[in-house]
Write a protein that binds this ligand. Structure first.
Ligand code: AMP
Length: 360
């Protein structure tokens, strides 16, 4: 059994010195076989050592590390529920002792198919998946829906279980923010535009809680949705700037069959507002089609997006624009890769959506 002395991953992973990882399936069980080449420095010369004390055997020695995983399905084991920092750390430490890579999916709960897809992707790549369920007060402004945000814990745990999540971290607010907590993480270059212009304290709360969660769970990989485009851009920048030792994976937006991006806030959409909410994905489609047809008139496209949204009953636009995928700056001219991005209120429900658009 091997353990990387850094405590992060295996020798054979993360582009280190290993030979690779093989996944074997046997009935409903899955095994991951990790092949590692033993570094010469770790080989103790036997009595039959070769010349100059070098071991007679060369680098062909392999050690294997086989770990058994259950498939992500409804038969999966009940996830362990941890509310204390020490509890989740101990579960993660056990997984590391077994040599398992740790994946992490941070959420605010009220889980839907978009969250489940993130968990399943994590489960495909990582034998041990942790999900967090925490409605983070610091990312809500006082007038926003923190208290009313849905918290269906039992249903969420069932969703985690069906996705093969091994442990759920569900802390109390006081655990994450004990009395006197006063340290915040800010990424101002990406936090003030778009969502930040309408929710000025939002991303400081997001960056802070995500940093705390990364510190607590210490995953090898964390999974985020493209649905929150600005959020994943900002988190990738934060991880880079602070040299956080993990990989960020971004997964595509999961949509309802009619195009509405899945969101925990969709449950607020009452009556005709559910139909009106389709205006967001329709405005993104309009932008994509015009750009794909060779239209270079960005102000005209923005205006058409606004007109479609504002012409829909109960829709009020916060922004609907085309931006650079990395800097998030509003574009003055067409470029090969762009993001159409929208925030709008439908009745009293605020929704966001986006689409990456590529043109030749
Ligand atoms: P939330 O619970 O809203 O904080 O979201 C938790 C994670 O799920 C974030 O990384 C979101 O981007 C992601 N997510 C939310 N909705 C979707 C969706 N429709 N498709 C894919 N990922 C999503």
């Amino acid at each position: 059994m091997t353990r990387n002395p850094t405590g992060k991953g295996h020798h054979g992973l993360n582009g280190c010195s290993g030979l690779g990882e093989i996944h074997l399936r046997l009935r409903d069980r899955r095994f991951s076989l990790i092949l590692e080449r033993i570094p010469r420095s770790e080989i103790i010369p036997a009595s039959g050592a070769g010349p100059a004390g070098l071991p007679a055997i060369r680098g062909e020695i392999l050690r294997t590390n086989v770990s058994e995983q259950s498939e992500p399905n409804s038969q999966a084991a009940e996830p362990r529920l941890a509310t204390a920092v020490a509890e989740i750390r101990s579960l993660v430490a056990d997984a590391r002792r077994r040599g398992e890579r740790v994946g992490f999916v941070p959420t605010m709960g009220a889980l839907h198919a978009g969250h489940v897809q993130l968990m399943k992707t994590a489960r495909e790549e990582c034998p041990f998946v942790v999900a967090s369920i925490f409605v983070n007060p610091t990312q809500f402004a006082p007038h926003e829906d923190f208290h009313k945000y849905p918290r269906p814990l039992e249903r969420d745990l069932a969703a985690c279980r069906s996705a093969g999540v091994a442990a759920v971290f569900h802390p109390a607010v006081e655990t994450m923010y004990p009395p006197g907590a006063s340290t915040f993480v800010d990424v101002p270059a990406l936090a003030q535009t778009l969502e930040g212009a309408h929710r000025p304290t939002h991303f400081k709360g997001v960056a802070t809680v995500v940093t705390q969660l990364f510190q607590i769970v210490q995953p090898d990989r964390a999974y985020f949705g493209q649905k929150d485009y600005q959020q994943q851009t900002l988190i990738r920048r934060m991880v880079r700037d602070l040299h956080m030792p993990l990989e960020i994976r971004v997964c595509p937006t999961v949509r309802e069959p009619d195009g509405l991006a899945m969101s925990s806030r969709n449950v607020y959409l009452q009556g005709a507002d559910r139909q009106s909410a389709l205006a967001l994905s329709q405005a993104l489609k309009l932008a994509r089609e015009r750009l794909h047809q060779g239209d270079k008139d960005l102000p005209g496209i923005r205006q058409a997006m606004h007109a479609l949204l504002s012409g829909t009953p109960s829709v009020t636009v916060d922004y609907a624009t085309l931006i650079d995928p990395d800097s998030l700056a509003e574009l003055a001219a067409v470029q090969p890769r762009m993001v159409a991005i929208i925030a709008a209120r439908v009745g009293t429900t605020r929704l966001i959506d986006n689409e990456v658009i590529e043109v030749k």
